[in-house]
Design a protein around this ligand. Sequence first.
Ligand SMILES: [Zn+2]
Length: 259
Amino acid sequence: MFNHLNIVKRAQWGAGLIKDDGSYDCYNYLTSEMEQYFNFPASSTEEEKLINIYQGGRIIVHHADAYNNVSDEDAMRSIYHFHTRDRQWLDIAYHFLIGKNGKIYQGRPLYLMGGHAGAPLHSSVDCANPVNDGKTYHDVNVSQDFDFRSIGISLIGDYDEEIQPPAIQMTALRDLIDELSKIFNIQFINGHRFYKNRSEVAGATTCPGDYAFDFLHNEYSSIIDTQDTGLNQLASHPIRCSITCVEYSKRLPTFSSTP
Ligand SMILES: [Zn+2]
């Protein structure tokens, strides 16, 4: 699908498992409930379904954390670890990450909704608390989530602290955005701060740092998202589904090479 890009695959950077016990089905665009919503043509391939899902969709750009003095591969494993073990999410939150070395890393597969900009779908419950294991929360409206049909890209680095990402990293960001735009006819783009500051989740963010934020506004002014109306209009009816918390931390693989 991304023939023009050299993407470091999950197995190459040492990703662990994706939580696949059904408790995160709301994030899976290929469940029967979601398939009904998207109404994929019969016998669509997975690639055709992905194009259907993200067609006219959105890109949201982030930065991650400093990760000074570690390799980008170590940073990838550390971010995966933080999201899956500490935060109890189903996988690394972003679909793509870009190293300071200019490499593009495969994050969460595109058939899964990202977990980087929206309201937590289970915000009414702390799934990390064992007391909530197995509890089910109904009627989550996935289509109102900023993550819905959005591709999440994160720059490895802290660009509040560091003024400017390496040029090679921004070149890779441009290459990735351009390729995604071609494949999916992306209609909206913006930095995380635009969505976070409009969401109901408490707190603001400066993510992805001023440099990348201004870069998006300068380079992609024709598709910069200014109203956040586009995708919500496209989601003409809500997708309602249920989420179950399960005890996850005990099932995680252990890494020895990550900090
Ligand atoms: Zn962010």
